[in-house]
Design a protein around this ligand. Structure first.
Ligand SMILES: NC(=O)c1ccc[n+]([C@@H]2O[C@H](COP(=O)([O-])OP(=O)(O)OC[C@H]3O[C@@H](n4cnc5c(N)ncnc54)[C@H](O)[C@@H]3O)[C@@H](O)[C@H]2O)c1
Length: 270
């Protein structure tokens, strides 16, 4: 129960890593504020989540700790009003926010000649502006409460290295690091810590990335190594990142801020 008494706000919680974080954080004692768009996002090449997926997350959380207090509803991270309302309601009902996990994301890819402005903009809107919107909705509550807190911005190995074929995603995920570093400096005075998480390939719907391997395969001789791990695991599982999220969310990391935490099977070392 490393998170007993804490309230965690998680975006992109309908499935994948977001769902796993919800379950694992609840297991550690946290109450939860969960959201997801539960619908298609233009230019996302990953299949959409559904309202049923979010309900399944609730059921999975209740199965591990039935008395978890949960507020869950669809919300688009591109919509600051929806996130603001959710955060306000959460504080009114659950009393406070201690942990923010800005996890929602989309992915698209193509060789650069075929990659469009629309694809680029969609990634910036969800993976960077959406993270900013999540911070704007939540952090003022944490400052006012005066309890400190932990903000975890989910980036990617593509936020630290020059991942080819994903210009919008790579740019947005790098942008998240700048946002986190600035906020870490500004919010330290309030004991609010801001760190980024950098996963490599994980077995979730996004990890499947249909068609991406074909593009990489065409350029394997030159760009294959950029995508390779150093540890002998081709793909990781969501518990790998949930372990890191629990550490960053808990008081065990009370002196950790401005960290770019790689959970990447070594790919960023290449
Ligand atoms: N799976 C991987 O290989 C991998 C690797 C590195 C980083 N990541 C990052 O991890 C995070 C979680 O991804 P995942 O692997 O669980 O993939 P996923 O596609 O299963 O989950 C992403 C979730 O975000 C939601 N979402 C998308 N756009 C949204 C929006 N506008 N508003 C609200 N919710 C929205 C989706 O509906 C989905 O439920 C993402 O930020 C992703 O970029 C994933």
């Amino acid at each position: 129960m490393r998170l007993q008494g804490k309230v965690a706000f998680i975006t992109g919680a309908a499935r994948g890593q977001g769902r796993n974080h919800a379950v694992r954080l609840a297991q550690e004692g946290a109450d939860l504020v969960l959201s997801d768009i539960c619908a298609a996002v233009p230019e996302n090449m990953i299949r959409p989540s559904t309202p049923e997926d979010l309900q399944d997350t609730l059921a999975a959380v209740k199965a591990v700790r039935s008395d978890t207090r949960i507020i869950a509803r669809p919300a688009d991270v591109r919509d600051p009003g929806a996130l603001g309302e959710l955060a306000d309601e959460a504080v009114a009902e659950l009393g406070k926010l201690d942990v923010v996990v800005a996890n929602a994301g989309i992915l698209n890819y193509a060789e650069f000649e075929d990659y469009t402005l629309e694809q680029f903009q969609a990634c910036i809107d969800v993976c960077l502006t959406g993270v900013f919107n999540t911070c704007k909705a939540t952090i003022p509550h944490m400052i006012r409460a005066g309890n400190g807190g932990s903000v975890i911005l989910v980036s990617s190995s593509a936020g630290l290295k020059g991942q080819p074929f994903t210009p919008g995603y790579t740019a947005a995920k790098h942008g998240v690091v700048g946002l986190a570093n600035g906020l870490a400096n500004e919010l330290g005075q309030h004991r609010i810590r801001v760190n980024t998480l950098h996963p490599a390939g994980i077995l979730t719907p996004m990890g499947e990335a249909p068609g991406l391997m074909t593009i990489i395969g065409k350029h394997a001789a030159t760009m294959g190594p950029v995508f390779m791990n150093t540890l002998p695991y081709e793909m990781m599982v969501p518990d790998e990142t949930s372990n890191a999220i629990i550490y960053l969310a808990s008081d065990e990391s009370r002196c950790v801020t401005g960290l770019q935490m790689k959970v990447d099977a070594g790919t960023c070392n290449r």
